[in-house]
Write a protein that binds this ligand. Structure first.
Ligand SMILES: CC(C)(COP(=O)(O)OP(=O)(O)OC[C@H]1O[C@@H](n2cnc3c(N)ncnc32)[C@H](O)[C@@H]1OP(=O)(O)O)[C@@H](O)C(=O)NCCC(=O)NCCS
Length: 174
């Protein structure tokens, strides 16, 4: 089952589209210490990024649970980050886990907020999901603040395979 999103997800400032092989170099170049610490699980290499993109493409092609988008700047078409939903990681019925990162030089311009809203639109139109869950390390201040600014509410502290995580939730718009 091919689950590629149509039409393109955009708000006129950024657009989301599934990552392609040609995005690998930009994706790797965008990974700073925070990105590798909080989302990549360590330093990426050309080989790990290529494998990540191949796996993402396979999920899109087969209708798999991981739906990964590159986040692109509309004005320049440059890759500025990524956002991903894991439909399989259902914490409670209807809940889906979303994670994201914005490259350092593009931060504090509201792009993560925009990407979350476009992900909300994707989930509303293409899936049965009802609530977004973000799982954030307690020391990741930027991400905690972002969750609050994006209108998420505190859901609790949970012991996860990666360690203790704060969960925030936001209902998908109807
Ligand atoms: C967290 C992250 C995605 C935020 O992306 P961003 O595009 O800079 O976020 P936005 O510009 O949309 O920020 C929206 C709001 O979030 C809060 N915020 C974002 N970054 C912040 C920071 N470094 N310090 C304090 N508040 C911050 C602010 O309230 C901000 O609004 P403001 O700029 O008007 O004050 C980005 O810092 C990042 O990629 N970090 C590394 C990867 C990561 O931690 N991912 C999340 C894993 S759970």
């Amino acid at each position: 089952m091919n689950s590629l999103p149509t039409p393109e997800l955009t708000d006129g400032v950024i657009f989301l589209r599934p990552l392609a092989a040609e995005d690998a170099a930009d994706h790797l170049a965008g990974e700073d210490e925070e990105m590798s610490k909080w989302v990549s699980g360590g330093r990426s290499t050309p080989a790990t990024v290529e494998a990540f993109i191949r796996n993402s493409q396979e999920n899109w092609r087969s209708g798999g649970p991981r739906r990964t988008f590159g986040v692109f700047d509309c004005a320049s078409s440059r890759l500025v980050g990524f956002i991903e939903v894991n439909l399989a990681r259902l914490v409670e019925p209807g809940q889906v886990n979303v994670s994201y990162g914005v490259f350092r030089q593009w931060r504090r311009q509201g792009l993560a907020l925009r990407a979350i809203d476009l992900m909300d639109e994707y989930l509303r139109t293409a899936t049965e999901a009802r609530q977004i869950v973000v799982r954030i390390a307690p020391a990741n201040t930027a991400s905690l603040k972002l969750a609050e600014k994006a209108g998420f509410t505190f859901h609790g502290l949970f012991d996860e395979p990666e360690g203790r995580m704060v969960r925030y939730v936001r209902d998908i718009k109807t």
